[in-house]
Design a binder for this molecule. Structure first.
Ligand SMILES: CC(C)(COP(=O)(O)OP(=O)(O)OC[C@H]1O[C@@H](n2cnc3c(N)ncnc32)[C@H](O)[C@@H]1OP(=O)(O)O)[C@@H](O)C(=O)NCCC(=O)NCCS
Length: 179
Protein backbone atom coordinates (compact mmCIF):
# COMPACT_ATOMS: atom_id res chain seq x y z
CA UNK A 1 0.00 0.00 0.00
CA UNK A 2 0.96 3.63 -0.50
CA UNK A 3 0.79 5.71 2.67
CA UNK A 4 2.20 9.04 3.90
CA UNK A 5 5.41 8.95 5.99
CA UNK A 6 5.36 9.65 9.74
CA UNK A 7 8.09 10.44 12.26
CA UNK A 8 7.97 6.82 13.46
CA UNK A 9 9.18 5.69 10.01
CA UNK A 10 12.44 7.67 10.08
CA UNK A 11 14.65 4.91 11.57
CA UNK A 12 13.39 2.35 9.03
CA UNK A 13 13.78 4.81 6.14
CA UNK A 14 17.40 5.51 7.20
CA UNK A 15 18.14 1.80 7.53
CA UNK A 16 16.79 0.95 4.06
CA UNK A 17 17.84 3.98 2.06
CA UNK A 18 21.50 4.05 3.16
CA UNK A 19 22.32 1.74 0.29
CA UNK A 20 24.98 2.40 -2.38
CA UNK A 21 22.63 0.99 -5.05
CA UNK A 22 19.97 3.59 -4.23
CA UNK A 23 22.66 6.32 -4.21
CA UNK A 24 23.89 5.15 -7.61
CA UNK A 25 20.48 5.18 -9.25
CA UNK A 26 18.40 7.98 -7.66
CA UNK A 27 19.16 11.64 -8.37
CA UNK A 28 17.39 13.36 -5.49
CA UNK A 29 18.00 11.20 -2.40
CA UNK A 30 20.90 12.33 -0.16
CA UNK A 31 23.69 9.87 0.63
CA UNK A 32 24.57 9.29 3.43
CA UNK A 33 21.01 9.58 4.68
CA UNK A 34 20.82 10.69 8.34
CA UNK A 35 17.72 11.17 10.54
CA UNK A 36 17.82 14.90 9.70
CA UNK A 37 17.23 13.96 6.04
CA UNK A 38 14.23 11.90 7.19
CA UNK A 39 12.82 14.94 9.01
CA UNK A 40 13.41 17.07 5.88
CA UNK A 41 11.55 14.48 3.80
CA UNK A 42 8.60 14.65 6.22
CA UNK A 43 8.58 18.45 6.09
CA UNK A 44 8.82 18.35 2.27
CA UNK A 45 5.82 15.99 2.09
CA UNK A 46 3.82 18.20 4.47
CA UNK A 47 4.57 21.32 2.36
CA UNK A 48 3.52 19.74 -0.94
CA UNK A 49 0.53 21.53 -2.40
CA UNK A 50 -2.60 19.41 -2.34
CA UNK A 51 -2.69 18.79 -6.05
CA UNK A 52 -3.00 15.61 -8.02
CA UNK A 53 0.35 16.39 -9.68
CA UNK A 54 2.68 15.75 -6.73
CA UNK A 55 2.72 13.32 -3.83
CA UNK A 56 5.22 11.13 -2.00
CA UNK A 57 4.47 7.88 -0.20
CA UNK A 58 6.06 5.06 1.67
CA UNK A 59 5.37 1.56 0.38
CA UNK A 60 4.11 -0.64 3.20
CA UNK A 61 2.77 -4.16 3.50
CA UNK A 62 -1.03 -4.21 3.31
CA UNK A 63 -1.46 -6.56 6.28
CA UNK A 64 1.17 -4.70 8.33
CA UNK A 65 1.16 -1.01 7.36
CA UNK A 66 3.93 -0.05 9.77
CA UNK A 67 6.30 -2.38 7.90
CA UNK A 68 7.82 -0.34 5.10
CA UNK A 69 9.57 -1.81 2.06
CA UNK A 70 10.39 1.32 0.05
CA UNK A 71 9.08 4.62 -1.22
CA UNK A 72 7.50 6.06 -4.35
CA UNK A 73 6.25 9.41 -5.51
CA UNK A 74 5.52 11.74 -8.37
CA UNK A 75 5.79 15.38 -9.32
CA UNK A 76 5.45 17.65 -12.34
CA UNK A 77 8.04 16.95 -15.02
CA UNK A 78 9.79 20.06 -16.40
CA UNK A 79 9.25 18.73 -19.95
CA UNK A 80 5.53 18.08 -19.42
CA UNK A 81 3.58 15.25 -17.85
CA UNK A 82 4.06 13.82 -14.37
CA UNK A 83 7.31 12.09 -13.40
CA UNK A 84 7.36 9.01 -11.15
CA UNK A 85 10.19 7.63 -9.00
CA UNK A 86 10.68 4.85 -6.46
CA UNK A 87 13.15 2.78 -4.48
CA UNK A 88 12.80 -0.60 -2.79
CA UNK A 89 14.88 -1.62 0.25
CA UNK A 90 17.46 -4.36 -0.35
CA UNK A 91 15.70 -7.16 1.61
CA UNK A 92 12.44 -6.57 -0.28
CA UNK A 93 13.60 -6.59 -3.90
CA UNK A 94 12.41 -9.13 -6.49
CA UNK A 95 8.96 -9.49 -4.95
CA UNK A 96 7.22 -7.36 -7.55
CA UNK A 97 6.90 -4.30 -5.27
CA UNK A 98 8.50 -1.82 -7.71
CA UNK A 99 6.27 -2.98 -10.55
CA UNK A 100 3.19 -2.76 -8.34
CA UNK A 101 4.23 0.73 -7.19
CA UNK A 102 4.87 2.00 -10.75
CA UNK A 103 1.45 0.77 -11.91
CA UNK A 104 -0.29 2.20 -8.81
CA UNK A 105 1.33 5.62 -9.33
CA UNK A 106 0.36 5.72 -13.01
CA UNK A 107 -3.19 4.64 -12.18
CA UNK A 108 -3.47 7.33 -9.50
CA UNK A 109 -2.07 10.05 -11.80
CA UNK A 110 -4.34 9.21 -14.73
CA UNK A 111 -7.41 8.85 -12.49
CA UNK A 112 -6.94 11.90 -10.27
CA UNK A 113 -5.49 14.39 -12.76
CA UNK A 114 -5.84 15.39 -16.38
CA UNK A 115 -2.14 14.68 -17.05
CA UNK A 116 -1.66 13.34 -20.57
CA UNK A 117 1.61 11.54 -19.89
CA UNK A 118 3.43 9.71 -17.10
CA UNK A 119 7.21 9.86 -17.47
CA UNK A 120 10.30 8.54 -15.69
CA UNK A 121 14.02 9.03 -16.11
CA UNK A 122 16.19 6.03 -15.41
CA UNK A 123 20.00 5.77 -15.42
CA UNK A 124 21.30 4.20 -18.63
CA UNK A 125 22.85 1.36 -16.59
CA UNK A 126 19.85 0.75 -14.27
CA UNK A 127 18.64 -2.31 -16.13
CA UNK A 128 16.42 -3.56 -13.28
CA UNK A 129 14.39 -0.37 -13.20
CA UNK A 130 14.29 -0.18 -17.01
CA UNK A 131 12.62 -3.62 -17.03
CA UNK A 132 10.18 -2.57 -14.28
CA UNK A 133 9.16 0.50 -16.29
CA UNK A 134 8.93 -1.40 -19.56
CA UNK A 135 6.63 -3.99 -17.97
CA UNK A 136 4.45 -1.13 -16.68
CA UNK A 137 4.11 0.05 -20.30
CA UNK A 138 6.54 3.01 -20.37
CA UNK A 139 8.49 3.29 -23.61
CA UNK A 140 11.71 5.13 -24.39
CA UNK A 141 11.16 8.68 -25.62
CA UNK A 142 14.65 10.17 -25.32
CA UNK A 143 17.73 10.68 -23.20
CA UNK A 144 19.24 13.42 -21.05
CA UNK A 145 21.92 14.20 -18.46
CA UNK A 146 20.72 14.61 -14.89
CA UNK A 147 22.66 16.04 -11.91
CA UNK A 148 23.25 13.60 -9.03
CA UNK A 149 24.30 16.14 -6.41
CA UNK A 150 25.42 13.56 -3.83
CA UNK A 151 27.75 12.01 -6.45
CA UNK A 152 28.88 15.48 -7.63
CA UNK A 153 28.35 14.60 -11.27
CA UNK A 154 25.72 14.29 -13.95
CA UNK A 155 24.63 10.90 -15.16
CA UNK A 156 23.25 9.90 -18.56
CA UNK A 157 19.60 8.95 -18.29
CA UNK A 158 16.96 7.36 -20.48
CA UNK A 159 13.53 9.04 -20.52
CA UNK A 160 10.50 6.75 -20.77
CA UNK A 161 6.79 7.56 -20.89
CA UNK A 162 3.27 6.25 -21.28
CA UNK A 163 0.43 8.40 -22.57
CA UNK A 164 -3.10 8.37 -21.18
CA UNK A 165 -4.34 6.74 -24.40
CA UNK A 166 -1.73 3.97 -24.17
CA UNK A 167 -2.58 3.40 -20.49
CA UNK A 168 -6.30 3.06 -21.25
CA UNK A 169 -5.54 0.74 -24.18
CA UNK A 170 -3.44 -1.50 -21.90
CA UNK A 171 -6.36 -1.76 -19.49
CA UNK A 172 -8.88 -2.86 -22.14
CA UNK A 173 -9.51 -6.59 -22.14
CA UNK A 174 -7.96 -8.17 -25.25
CA UNK A 175 -10.59 -9.38 -27.73
CA UNK A 176 -10.84 -13.16 -27.63
CA UNK A 177 -9.54 -14.86 -30.77
CA UNK A 178 -12.37 -17.42 -30.47
CA UNK A 179 -15.09 -14.85 -31.29
C1 LIG B 1 15.00 -1.01 -9.41
C2 LIG B 1 14.27 -1.46 -8.15
C3 LIG B 1 13.29 -0.39 -7.73
C4 LIG B 1 13.51 -2.76 -8.50
O1 LIG B 1 12.74 -3.13 -7.36
P1 LIG B 1 12.06 -4.59 -7.22
O2 LIG B 1 11.02 -4.48 -6.17
O3 LIG B 1 13.13 -5.60 -7.05
O4 LIG B 1 11.37 -4.77 -8.64
P2 LIG B 1 10.33 -5.92 -8.99
O5 LIG B 1 10.35 -6.97 -7.93
O6 LIG B 1 9.04 -5.29 -9.36
O7 LIG B 1 10.99 -6.52 -10.31
C5 LIG B 1 12.34 -7.01 -10.25
C6 LIG B 1 12.43 -8.43 -10.75
O8 LIG B 1 11.85 -9.32 -9.81
C7 LIG B 1 10.97 -10.21 -10.48
N1 LIG B 1 9.92 -10.63 -9.55
C8 LIG B 1 8.75 -10.02 -9.30
N2 LIG B 1 8.05 -10.71 -8.38
C9 LIG B 1 8.83 -11.76 -8.05
C10 LIG B 1 8.67 -12.84 -7.15
N3 LIG B 1 7.56 -12.96 -6.42
N4 LIG B 1 9.66 -13.73 -7.05
C11 LIG B 1 10.80 -13.61 -7.78
N5 LIG B 1 11.02 -12.59 -8.66
C12 LIG B 1 10.04 -11.70 -8.78
C13 LIG B 1 10.44 -9.38 -11.62
O9 LIG B 1 9.87 -10.20 -12.63
C14 LIG B 1 11.70 -8.69 -12.05
O10 LIG B 1 12.48 -9.59 -12.83
P3 LIG B 1 13.49 -9.09 -13.98
O11 LIG B 1 14.41 -8.08 -13.36
O12 LIG B 1 14.21 -10.32 -14.39
O13 LIG B 1 12.66 -8.49 -15.05
C15 LIG B 1 15.23 -1.75 -6.98
O14 LIG B 1 16.26 -2.57 -7.43
C16 LIG B 1 15.84 -0.46 -6.40
O15 LIG B 1 15.29 0.12 -5.48
N6 LIG B 1 16.99 -0.03 -6.94
C17 LIG B 1 17.66 1.18 -6.45
C18 LIG B 1 16.84 2.45 -6.64
C19 LIG B 1 16.33 2.59 -8.06
O16 LIG B 1 16.94 2.12 -9.02
N7 LIG B 1 15.18 3.29 -8.22
C20 LIG B 1 14.59 3.51 -9.52
C21 LIG B 1 15.15 4.72 -10.16
S1 LIG B 1 14.52 4.94 -11.82
Amino acid sequence: MLRPPTAADIPAICRLVNDPLIAQFTAAIPYLYRPIEGWRFLAFCARLPETSFSAHFLLALRGSPRHIVGAAGFGPDPDGGVAIGYWIGGPYRRHGFAGEAARALAQRIFTASDAEQVVATVAFDNFNSQRVLKRAGLRRIGSCLRPFRHLRRRRPMIAVAITRKEWIRRKQPRPSSKI
